[in-house]
Design a protein around this ligand. Structure first.
Ligand code: PHE
Length: 444
């Protein structure tokens, strides 16, 4: 999208923002993250975070973008001055790093789509599926090759300017994905022993609430809403004035959380029914979903459809990440969009390759007990994005609240009580929750 263009409709903006939010985070990361962090002890804080600080930060980011225009750095500069401009640049770095490892998982999706097309994805044997996933991620060359394919698809989309096309496509494929997930959920729930998975997801006990589960839940909230990385600021810059920011924001949050919960319900019951481990890690979705498909008529066909939807969901997210970086390079460094995209393609290939290798030959190289891929994700989700969110909260809650108030009310006037609630959430609740979660998670 060129800098001067605007969303053609309100729906276009919501679709793009929801498209950015809904992706591998909801479908791949959420189930295994919930599994690793004790189920409900992770999910309940995630829901609470989303509807408190998540929604208001979405509003604040869009408001900054629409008021400031241009790249996230420029928008932050216009609204908040030099210091905030620097924090805007920090958000660009966050997006860049996320895209590097996001693309590796995107590559796994491409690889499973290709497998599905060749008709041998819907396999019943857990051991065979585990071995396949293990082979994929531990073989550095194939892992890097698939990463390159996904990265190229992402860069190609941006350079050809077909983001709009992808969005339009996602208008059909997102609902299809939801319907497929519901069908898979129904099949999963009718398997023997699946109910244990539902209990695992929603049975809350205080015992399993640990500081690190809370920190991870907060980090996931940022990840799943695409917060603190300049995405919504950049997208907001293309938003016309008549658009109602609060309602759009609520839509984005509701769609994102719905996707994650559906994915959890799609995976967990089947995990228990098939006797797999809920904390099996990043392979969870790639092992469980094919097993379910092996239990439905025409499973092979549905598998293809499922991986197409998943790939498009991943692309609408990766494109948003790249858009932040390209808009920044274009605006601040005066690079053409083409040159900027090409530069990203090359540099992200190498950075992502390190992540790709960290499941295989470089798995001995760890930072703080985490392989490189996990380390980047930990730092981005739990620190860099929350710091970006903190900057946004301080800017719009304190320094530029009048701008926020004005931007929220361009389409309709809200009562003083509503505005006050939003103000308290952005000025107090968001900073406090972020700081407490980080402090607890690190020192608790
Ligand atoms: N929200 C995306 C997802 O869940 C990932 C993402 C994170 C996209 C940060 C943009 C910015 O898949």
């Amino acid at each position: 999208m060129s800098t001067s263009s605007q969303w053609s409709s309100r729906l276009g903006f919501i679709l793009a923002s929801a498209g950015s939010a809904i992706g591998l985070g909801a479908i791949w990361k959420f189930p295994f993250w919930a599994g690793a962090n004790g189920g409900a002890a992770f999910i309940i804080p995630y829901i609470v975070f989303t509807f408190t600080i998540g929604v208001v930060l979405v509003m604040a980011e869009i408001a900054i973008g629409r008021r400031g225009r241009g790249s996230v750095m420029n928008a932050m500069r216009q609204v908040g001055g030099k210091t905030f401009a620097a924090l805007g640049a920090f958000a660009v770095l966050t997006s860049f790093i996320i895209l590097s490892y996001y693309s590796v998982v995107g590559g796994w999706c491409v690889s499973y789509l290709v497998e599905a097309l060749s008709g041998n994805v819907a396999v019943e044997s857990a051991d065979a599926l585990k071995a396949r996933f293990g082979d994929l991620v531990s073989n550095g060359y194939t892992n890097i090759a698939w990463h390159l394919v996904f990265l190229t698809l992402t860069c190609g989309t941006v350079v050809l300017g077909v983001e709009k096309g992808i969005e339009r496509l996602s208008k059909y494929l997102m609902p299809t994905l939801f319907i497929l997930m519901i069908a898979i959920i129904i099949r999963g729930l009718t398997l023997d022993g699946s109910w244990a998975g539902v209990l695992y997801l929603f049975n809350f006990s205080w015992d399993s609430v640990t500081p690190s589960a809370i920190l991870n839940a907060m980090g996931f909230t940022f990840f799943s809403l695409s917060l603190g990385a300049g995405i919504l600021v950049t997208y907001g810059a293309y938003l016309p004035k008549e658009n109602n920011i609060p309602t759009s924001s609520i839509w984005v949050a509701v769609l994102a959380i719905q996707a994650a919960l559906l994915a959890g319900l799609m995976i967990m019951p089947a995990v228990f029914a098939f006797g797999l481990e809920p904390n099996a890690g990043p392979g969870l979705v790639f092992i469980t979903v094919p097993m379910i498909f092996s239990h439905v008529p025409f499973g092979a066909v549905f598998a293809v459809l499922f991986y197409i939807c998943l790939l498009v969901a991943a692309l609408t997210s990766s494109v948003s990440l790249l858009e932040v970086v390209v808009a920044f390079m274009h605006n601040e460094w005066r690079m053409s969009r083409r040159a900027a995209t090409f530069t990203c393609w090359v540099t992200l290939f190498f950075l992502g390759a390190v992540s790709a290798l960290s499941f295989g030959v470089w798995s001995d190289f760890t930072i703080g007990g985490r392989v490189f891929f996990d380390f980047l994700d930990y730092v981005c989700s739990n620190f860099m994005m929350p710091i970006g969110g903190l900057a946004v909260a301080v800017l719009m809650g304190w320094k530029a609240w009048p701008v926020m108030a004005e931007e929220l009310s361009t389409a309709c006037a809200y009562s003083p009580a509503v505005m006050k609630t939003i103000r308290i959430a952005i000025a107090y609740l968001a900073p406090i929750l972020v700081l407490v979660a980080i402090y607890q998670g690190v020192f608790g």
